[in-house]
Structure formats: structure tokens, C-alpha cells
Design a protein around this ligand. Structure first.
Ligand SMILES: C[S@@+](CC[C@H](N)C(=O)[O-])C[C@H]1O[C@@H](n2cnc3c(N)ncnc32)[C@H](O)[C@@H]1O
Length: 241
């Protein structure tokens, strides 16, 4: 997809960068701390939660690769915890490499992960890459709406229920309502294994109602400070919710 993105750098409150997308007037992360929120929502309430529930292998689907911040933090989690992560990430509008390489995330990473951040950005799209014995990544240049509807991907991805964890990290519903539409929530539900989860920073009322309609059982958790709430949803076909 060829869309010329107009982006500028901002420093969030924990010192880590985020990007401002001018056409939407929206940032890729919270102003209160990009790394702080990513760790809180996706790593701790997503990956760590699954690890505590006995998972040793986790297959993640991320909605919105963006700056690659969630991806590199998931890589660090895999390495530190000896958990095998297969990371699939959708992104219709990749951030140009020259911008990604100027993000200051490596300042916050373990020494051995610093190289990996740039490497993940430089990896080719569509193919699966083994980055380490614990972490593989497949970046797919597509929207969630079109993912798997396109025959190009059908041959590579066959099983219906394949993911353990959905990182739902689209821009806010007020900016990109189409990404939060019910059919997308149903689609992620159908692609998730029984007892798999979806985590997101968003706790908007209509979104929570749509998640339930799509079949998800939802939990509202404390959000990354100062946000009051976030959502973790579970695919529990036996639940009454
Ligand atoms: C909030 S940012 C993601 C931040 C990212 N996870 C990170 O760690 O930097 C939202 C991302 O979703 C992408 N996006 C926009 N429309 C989308 C769609 N229909 N399906 C999937 N991703 C989409 C945007 O281009 C953007 O990169």
C-alpha cells in the first residue's frame, strides 16, 4: 500500500519516542509513556499473563506493527523468559526505515536486543523470519479487514484458530473507526484458540459491547497510568458472558 505518511517525532513522558501521524493528528502511543504503556498493556497483561497460565509457546497477532515497539518488547520477553513467541504483525502503512531507525527505543533495551530492533525493521515483509530460537516474526503489509481474504495469504496461513494472543493496537476508534468494527472483532475471535486472549489499551463502551457481541468474554483492568481502564478479552466458548 503506498501512502506517503507525514510523521514527526515526539518524546513521551517516560522519555521514549512516539510518532505523530499528521493526517490523523494522532500519536502511535500514549503521551504518558510509550514504553510504559506497551509494557503494561501488551507485555504484562498479555504475554506475562499467558506465561503465568502455563503457556510456553505463544502465537501473537498484532494489529498495527507501527514503530515495532511492541514487537521488540515481545522479543525481549521471549528471550528473558525462555518462552517461544511466533509474532505475526499486520501493517498497511509501514513506517519508513529511515524514521524507524531514529526512534530512541534502543536506549531502553538490553544490550543484546539493541541490534535486533533495526534488524526487525529491515526484515522483508510477508515472509516468516527466525530472529532467535525463541522469537520469529512475520510482518504482513495488509489491513486486518483484508487479512486472509486475500488469496495470496491463504496458502501460507491455513488453520482457522491459530493465535493465542491478539495485540489490538490500532489508532483510537475516534480516528480509525473502521479498524474497530464488529466484523474485525469477529474475525480476530475466529482466529483465536480457545482460552486465547485479546489485549488493548482501549476500554470504550461501544467497543466493549461489540467485543461481547463478537463472542469475547471481557475483563476491564486498570489501564496504564494515568488511564483508568484497559481491556483483556478471552475466547471462552463455554463462558456464559
Ligand atoms: C497505534 S499505532 C500502532 C503502534 C504499534 N503497535 C507500535 O508498537 O508502535 C496503529 C497502527 O495501526 C496501523 N493500521 C491502520 N489501519 C490499520 C488496519 N486497517 N489494520 C491493521 N493496522 C492498521 C497504523 O498504520 C499504525 O501503524
Amino acid at each position: 500500500m503506498s501512502k506517503k505518511l507525514e510523521l514527526s517525532f515526539l518524546e513521551s513522558k517516560d522519555g521514549s519516542h512516539t510518532l505523530l501521524r499528521h493526517d490523523l493528528n494522532e500519536t502511535y502511543h500514549s503521551h504518558n509513556g510509550a514504553i510504559q504503556e506497551s509494557l503494561w498493556v501488551f507485555i504484562d497483561r498479555g504475554l506475562k499473563y499467558l506465561k503465568e497460565n502455563g503457556y510456553e509457546t505463544i502465537k501473537v497477532l498484532e494489529i498495527g506493527f507501527g514503530t515495532g515497539l511492541n514487537a521488540i518488547l515481545a522479543y525481549e520477553f521471549a528471550q528473558k523468559n525462555n518462552i517461544k513467541i511466533e509474532y505475526v504483525s499486520l501493517e498497511p502503512f509501514p513506517v519508513p526505515l529511515e524514521i524507524a531507525e531514529k526512534l530512541n527505543y534502543t536506549d531502553f533495551l538490553e544490550e543484546e536486543s539493541k541490534e535486533i530492533f533495526g534488524q526487525i525493521h529491515r526484515l522483508s515483509w510477508e515472509e516468516k523470519h527466525e530472529v532467535s530460537s525463541y522469537f520469529s516474526i512475520q510482518k504482513i503489509e495488509n489491513t486486518l479487514e483484508n487479512f486472509k481474504n486475500n488469496s495470496d495469504f491463504q496458502s501460507e496461513i491455513t488453520g482457522e484458530e491459530e493465535f493465542d494472543c491478539i495485540f489490538y493496537d490500532a489508532f483510537a476508534p475516534s480516528k480509525q473507526a473502521e479498524v474497530w468494527q464488529l466484523s474485525n472483532l469477529e474475525k480476530t475471535f475466529n482466529m483465536t484458540k480457545e482460552k486465547g486472549i485479546l489485549v488493548t489499551y482501549c476500554a470504550q463502551g461501544q467497543f466493549k459491547r461489540d467485543l461481547k457481541t463478537a463472542g469475547w468474554s471481557i475483563e476491564t483492568l486498570d489501564g496504564a497510568p494515568p488511564k483508568r481502564e484497559m481491556v483483556r478479552a478471552m475466547k471462552s466458548v463455554t463462558s456464559s458472558q
